[in-house]
Design a protein around this ligand. Structure first.
Ligand SMILES: C=CC1=C(C)c2cc3[nH]c(cc4nc(cc5[nH]c(cc1n2)c(C)c5CCC(=O)O)C(CCC(=O)O)=C4C)c(C)c3C=C
Ligand code: FE2
Length: 445
């Protein structure tokens, strides 16, 4: 089977389910055989998984018969890698995050960067399809280190998505155009301004490239970043990374809204992944809006926001609710009974978070929020280093995150309980449309 026979969603076409069951090898988009991670556990194991978790293994067994995309909430299913937009943006939010920001090493060249991006793309297509990287973890040459580190062996794809972004410093760093990309930098990819109250740690800020790995299994997300870092060794170094859990946003309006570390429903009024009109209006870069290589892409702002949860936990319920302008239990806007009732902004305190952030207070602007909670041990002063790793996608950060954050930084009652300690801005190109194409091809082309 050649690579071109792979369908848009990255699954091989044209053979029946039984054949799929019998053949452990799949294509990784490069024409090379890639081992299915699920095949490694054998059909007895797969049968158990089928009975227990169901959908993911069903997807593995029937993927070649059924061209329909996996259901949004499929546990263990594959999210299509190929498409007009990168997955991991409007995709229903998974449970876990591993986000990595990379710097290109001082010795790297444009050629070595391109080579790495090609290898990353093949590896990403394989891993998001639940397959091993290259010749796998345990089936390569005995004399060579395995292509895949192996800790995801036997695990399903777990709805893994890998989303790449390019930071401002890739285009120009300290006045140097290292990779001949300066003229291709989108005007929208600004160095974010300093906002009131920012206390940014340089070691958790910026980066030449980023990869957002989201999956329902943390091991799968961590494995993906680790394997990309391994492939990139010598070309890129991890500048900082962030693990996240307990998604704090919903892009699936019918699903139960998750709660953040402050105990409030977070993601009630977000852009739904199915709302193509709002995605077109607020998230995807339109043709002619900046350089062609960004058409269909999106701009990502990442903020590590520390929460002073010990102080928060001593704050009375009414005060907590006043801070958001929504009730804690139901998540209803003030003056209304139900979470999804249309808010009456005037019923909320003037400095409440929701009143200030609502589109009606901001000339209709919206962002797609995709954040995760984090706890990273203690801060050395006996307090948890916990908070929200805020991720927001938008068509132009200059017209979305920046004015919104300026407003929040100036007046939000929530500011007493939070501090922004890390920040980064990335241009996320459109999707890789078919096998053989690679991340950043139009940028470097
Ligand atoms: C610059 C944008 C935003 C930052 C930074 C931000 C931080 C932040 N938010 C919460 C908790 C909640 N936010 C909620 C709504 C909400 N927040 C933003 C933007 C930022 N939040 C927007 C655009 C909205 C939607 C407003 C609306 O249209 O109604 C909510 C309410 C529930 C919801 O709709 O999601 C909560 C809760 C925290 C804890 C936080 C920083 C740590
Ligand atoms: Fe918010």
């Amino acid at each position: 089977m050649d690579a071109e026979n792979e369908q848009q969603n990255g699954t091989p076409a044209g053979t029946d389910a039984t054949a799929t069951a019998a053949v452990a090898a799949e294509q990784d988009g490069s024409g090379r055989s890639a081992v299915s991670r699920r095949a490694v556990i054998g059909w007895a194991g797969a049968g158990v998984a089928l009975g227990a978790a169901g959908v993911g293994s069903v997807a593995a067994a029937t993927r070649q018969d059924d061209p329909a995309p996996a259901p949004a909430a499929a546990v263990g299913g594959d999210v299509p890698f190929y498409g007009d937009h990168q997955s991991g943006i409007s995709t229903p939010v998974q449970d876990r995050l591993h986000f990595a920001s990379f710097d290109v090493s001082a010795t790297a060249t444009r050629e070595s960067l391109v080579k790495m991006l090609k290898e990353w793309t093949k590896a990403a297509a394989a891993m998001t399809g639940g397959r091993e990287v290259g010749s796998g973890a345990a089936s390569g040459l005995p004399e060579a280190p395995p292509d895949d580190t192996g800790e995801a062996l036997g695990l399903p794809a777990s709805r893994l998505t890998l989303t790449i972004g390019f930071g401002p410093t890739l285009f120009e760093k300290d006045g140097v155009d290292r990779f001949g990309l300066k003229a291709r930098r989108p005007e929208a990819l600004i160095d974010l301004p300093k906002f009131k109250g920012d206390n940014l740690d340089p070691q958790r800020t910026g980066g030449d490239l980023c990869v957002q790995a989201c999956a329902d299994d943390p091991q799968v997300a961590v494995h993906a970043i680790r394997n990309l870092a391994r492939i990139g060794m010598g070309t890129v170094n991890i500048r900082w990374s962030q693990l996240g859990f307990g998604k704090t946003s919903s892009t699936t309006p019918d699903a139960q809204t998750p709660r953040n570390m402050m105990g409030f429903k977070d993601g009630t009024h977000n852009i739904a992944g199915t709302d193509t009109e709002k995605l077109g209006e607020h998230v995807w870069v339109a043709p002619g809006e900046g350089p062609d290589w960004m058409t269909g892409g999106s701009y990502l702002v990442a903020r590590r926001i520390r929460m002073h949860i010990e102080t928060w936990d001593r704050t009375p319920l009414k005060e907590q609710e006043d801070i958001f302008g929504r009730t804690k239990g139901e998540g209803a806007p003030y003056g209304k009974a139900k979470e999804h009732d249309t808010p009456d902004l005037k019923a909320m305190p003037e400095d409440s978070h929701v009143r200030l952030a609502h589109p009606d207070s901001n000339n209709g602007l919206m962002i797609l929020r995709r954040g995760f909670s984090f706890t990273d041990g203690t801060d050395g002063l006996g307090r948890l280093d916990a908070g929200l790793f805020f991720l927001a996608y938008q068509r132009d950060s200059r017209k979305a995150f920046v004015p919104l954050q300026q407003r929040l930084a100036a007046s939000d009652a929530l500011n007493e309980y939070i501090q922004h300690v890390g920040s980064a801005h990335f241009a996320c190109p459109p999707g890789v449309r078919k096998p053989g194409e690679w991340w950043g091809q139009a940028l470097f082309g």
